[in-house]
Design a protein around this ligand. Structure first.
Ligand code: PLP
Length: 387
């Protein structure tokens, strides 16, 4: 069979292969602590589950509009107004099957041979994968460890050329937990005024996951970007709904029809009951989210302290998300070797930094979406392995 060269350029997300290997070892009777996969260890809150069940019982079994049901798009607009202080017309909001399809759509709309796309490295691996698939040239930009992995505007603006068609941002960031400050974001947006041809994809999927009183700085708050900004967010992380497949994106007016056509061609619509559950998530009580974030805050302190006490390991305290991204070069191992040995010999799943780009071979990502007891066990085992 002859397939396209583009297919050979498509990458993957190794968290899924580590998850599969961890499950295999578990099935063979091994005790595995999983700090690999990026999903909350909490169940979806009961009120949201009930709303999904009720929607099924009420007969919501058919297609919905490709953009998503109107009450959900209105609930998203109200949530954006309340949390980001910005009025967005629900007509510009598309309900998507998770966060990922927005990346796929946005990158395929502007990515083509000759175009450059600036993206975070280390970063969510699907950005790099999709840029390669589109034929565009990937242009990585990296944060600095001494800034707690927050991006500097100047580092990003340095990468932009007359061929740049898209800039991808992700704050709070996966895999580093880094957060871009308001001052750096202001400077970036000011610099982008010189580059009106550059569209921006702001992946804000961790917008509710910030620590120590930090505010979320949404790119939606900058009117000068309104006609070229795509914002990605969703329910997966905030409401522990990764398996429901529910996300949304805000599109500039000029791209709404194209994005809707891509939905029609790709998935028709998100399943109806999930959309009703999404309304309850946004409009119902938020205490489960608050409780989950309080647990993550405690675990973050714990894992950072435990890691910094391991010889050869240096771990900045992340400002957001639920990942730490320690530098482990001092152990004499790279991230890939440590990932394999941690899983196979010590029964701890984590993801090598090299899975998130070319600039982080000396790092490894731990997700602290696991109990304090399991976090202690995992880092004890790592210490034992390295001793
Ligand atoms: N964006 C980032 C930065 C992520 O880390 C993830 C998931 O890990 C996603 C998007 C994808 O989210 P979803 O599972 O809703 O597709």
């Amino acid at each position: 069979m002859q397939t396209t060269p583009a297919l050979a350029r498509l990458g993957t997300e190794s968290a899924f292969s580590v998850l599969a290997r961890a499950a295999e070892l578990q099935a063979a009777g091994r005790d595995i602590v999983n700090l690999g996969i990026g999903q909350p260890d909490f169940p979806t809150p009961e009120n949201i589950v009930e709303a999904g069940v009720k929607a099924l019982r009420d007969g919501h079994h058919g297609y919905t509009p490709a953009k998503g049901i109107a009450p959900l798009r209105e609930a998203v607009a109200a949530d954006i107004a309340a949390r980001r202080g910005v009025e967005v017309d629900p007509g510009r909001i598309l309900i998507m099957p998770g966060g990922k399809p927005t990346m796929f759509f946005a990158i395929s709309m502007v990515g083509q041979p000759g175009a450059e796309i600036v993206y975070p490295d280390p970063g969510f691996p699907i950005y790099r994968s999709m840029i390669g698939y589109s034929g565009a040239t990937p242009v990585p930009v990296s944060p600095r460890e001494e800034d707690g992995f927050g991006y500097r505007a100047a580092d990003i603006l340095d990468r932009i050329t007359p061929r740049t068609r898209l800039l991808i941002l992700n704050s709070p960031n996966n895999p580093t937990g880094g957060v871009m400050t308001r001052a750096e974001t202001d400077a970036l947006v000011a610099g982008l005024e010189d580059w009106p041809e550059v569209a921006v994809l702001s992946d804000e999927i961790y917008s509710r996951m910030l620590y120590d009183g930090r505010d979320h700085v949404s790119l939606l708050g900058y009117p000068s970007l309104a006609d070229r900004l795509i914002v990605l967010d969703g329910w997966s992380k905030t409401y522990a709904m990764t398996g429901w497949r529910l996300g949304y994106s805000v599109w500039p007016e000029a791209l709404v029809d194209a994005a809707e056509r891509l939905c029609v061609n790709n998935h028709s619509c998100v399943n109806a009951a999930t959309q009703y559950a999404g309304i309850e998530a946004l409009t119902g009580p938020q205490d489960a989210v608050d409780a989950m974030m309080a647990a993550f805050a405690r675990r973050r302190r714990l894992i950072v302290d435990l890691l910094n006490a391991v010889p050869g390991v240096r771990c900045p305290e992340p400002g957001g998300a639920f990942y730490v991204f320690p530098n482990i070069e001092g152990t004499g191992m790279n991230g890939r070797d440590l990932q394999v040995r941690l899983l196979e010999e010590a029964g701890v799943a984590a993801i090598a930094g090299s899975s998130f780009g070319d600039t982080a071979e000396g790092n490894i990502r731990f997700s602290y979406a696991n109990s304090e007891e399991n976090i202690r066990t995992a880092i004890d085992r790592m210490r034992g392995l390295l001793a």
